[in-house]
Design a protein around this ligand. Structure first.
Ligand SMILES: [Zn+2]
Length: 257
């Protein structure tokens, strides 16, 4: 038996090694292909080939400014009761590899615009990427049921800030998730945003968005900007890879215990 076990171990070649959990999720959810290379894995994103792990040691800011695919999973996104975010590195989902989103949703404003469909969102018409339309419809269905029981929550779903907008994130060169038609800003007037607070009482986290609305989005694969130290509480973004426990590696799980 021992001999057999050794034999099977020694016959393991690079091609038999499974891609890391996060990469397997990106293959499944973003339709990309990966292959082993140089002891690690690379992903084919259009004409470019990106390493899953670029081997660079980065701090939280560098992971957001120049992430590799692995960095997208470095901060675990946690659902559950809303809580004040106090750790400056806690920005799960703000690290986005642009090549991944361009590959999935479109490389130019015209390409994304051509892929938009109109969705009824609890009384508003919004335009979202067709690949996320069923997720937006599922959230809208949950929210419509919710406001039947709690009409006071309807205020958050009126005066919608917008969905598709081909633009960089304010104050950066990085493309906003709104550029791909995968994000929605709900009522701007009820929102808190860290940049609005910079000059007053510091940027201490604040929020008026209710738990039930956050839960409805998260249940359908959307992350919420209120879970970020750099908070943006009107903002919801389709990132199913961050809401699936299977997408985080065992190593990350151990580190968080
Ligand atoms: Zn937004």
């Amino acid at each position: 038996m021992v001999g057999l076990a050794l034999l099977s171990l020694s016959s393991t070649s690079a091609a038999d090694v499974k891609p890391p959990a996060g990469l397997r999720c990106l293959e499944r959810l973003y339709g990309i292909k990966s292959e082993p290379r140089d002891g690690g894995f690379v992903a084919q994103l259009g004409k470019s080939v990106l390493p899953y792990d670029d081997g660079q040691a980065k701090n939280a800011m560098q992971r957001i400014e120049s992430p590799d695919l692995e960095d997208m999973f470095s901060e675990r996104y946690r659902t559950g009761p809303i809580r004040k975010v106090q750790r400056a590195e806690e920005d799960p989902g703000r690290a986005r590899v642009e090549a991944l989103f361009m590959q999935r949703y479109g490389r130019t404003q015209a390409a994304v615009a051509a892929a938009l469909v109109s969705v009824d969102f609890v009384g508003s018409r919004v335009r979202v990427h067709r690949l996320t339309a069923s997720a937006f419809r599922a959230v809208a269905h949950r929210l419509a049921k919710l406001v039947q029981h709690k009409p006071e929550l309807r205020a958050f779903l009126t005066g919608i800030g917008g969905t598709f907008a081909w633009r960089p994130i304010a104050g950066t060169q990085r493309r906003s998730a709104h550029s791909y038609g995968i994000a929605i800003d709900l009522n701007v007037k009820l929102a808190h945003y860290w940049r609005w607070r910079m000059n007053s009482a510091g940027m201490a986290w604040d929020n008026s968005y209710p738990q039930e609305i956050v839960d409805a989005f998260e249940a359908e694969g959307f992350i919420w900007g209120g879970r970020w130290y750099h908070y943006d509480t009107m903002h919801f973004e389709y990132r199913p890879e961050l809401l699936d426990a299977a997408c985080y590696s065992e190593r990350d799980e151990k580190r968080l215990e």
